[in-house]
Ligand binder design. Structure first.
Ligand code: DX5
Ligand code: ZN
Length: 224
């Protein structure tokens, strides 16, 4: 199933509950929460208190994308705040297997993220333990960047590996996913689509989400 994970990074934080409700009315089924620490990425956003606030206003799964160093230190706090899925960057996890286990031990779905410069092959050993792999299609840190087409081959390769290894992890894509790029990512094999700036826009959020999903699902007729 193709799902829209709308990134609240592009929303109006002063009206967060309404923004989430609009994106959900447009068909969004996952809330993507971009956590940035100002070290791993050159920007700061929010942490577990934001997850707790979201948990109080939506039943949708909360997909926390941790762009932070030492993610192990924060996993218990995200679990307590109500996160459903946690993705950690391969680039900051010297003991990635242990970190993914820790996420699972806290009752959340573990996932791993790779930057544009990180090869898919660095993940082969942990693919059996992840709920999804997140392929970055921009360098993380900011919303509204241009889609990097190099992500497409990585998505396709992951889909091949999944088949060859007999696994069922999902493939998520993040960065620059918009009305003009969504078809390519779905064709390549992504089924969790993160989008921020292509969704949130005053008065148009619901319509933007609906149209993005329509374009995505049109690529795979069986899903319409
Ligand atoms: C970027 C974040 C993304 C971001 C996507 O570092 O991980 O989730 O919100 O924003 P858009 O959809 O605007 O590229
Ligand atoms: Zn993200």
């Amino acid at each position: 199933m193709i799902e829209l994970a709308f990134s609240i990074l592009a929303s109006d934080f002063a009206h967060l509950a309404d923004e989430v409700a609009s994106a959900e009315r447009g068909g969004g089924t996952i809330v993507h929460v971009d956590v940035m620490d100002g070290h791993f990425v050159p920007n700061i956003t929010f942490g577990p208190p934001m997850v707790k606030a979201l948990r109080a206003v939506t039943k949708l799964p909360l997909d926390c994308h941790l762009m932070i160093e030492n993610p192990d230190n924060f996993i218990p706090d995200f679990a307590a705040a109500g996160a459903d899925m946690i993705s950690v960057h391969q680039e900051v996890c010297p003991h990635l297997h242990r970190t993914l286990q820790l996420i699972g031990d806290h009752g959340m779905k573990p996932a791993v993220v790779i930057n544009p410069a990180t090869p898919v092959d660095t993940l082969i050993e942990v693919l059996p333990m992840v709920h999804h792999v997140l392929v970055m299609s921009v360098n993380p840190g900011f919303g509204g960047q241009k889609f990097l087409p190099l992500a497409l081959d990585k998505i396709a390769y992951l889909a091949e590996l999944r088949e060859a290894m007999g696994l069922n992890f999902r493939i998520e894509v993040d960065g620059g996913v918009a009305h003009d790029t969504v078809a390519q990512v779905v064709e390549s094999g992504a089924d969790m689509l993160v989008a921020g700036s292509a969704v949130f826009s005053p008065g148009k959020t619901e319509e933007n989400a609906r149209e993005l999903l329509r374009l995505a699902r049109a690529v795979v007729p069986a899903q319409v």
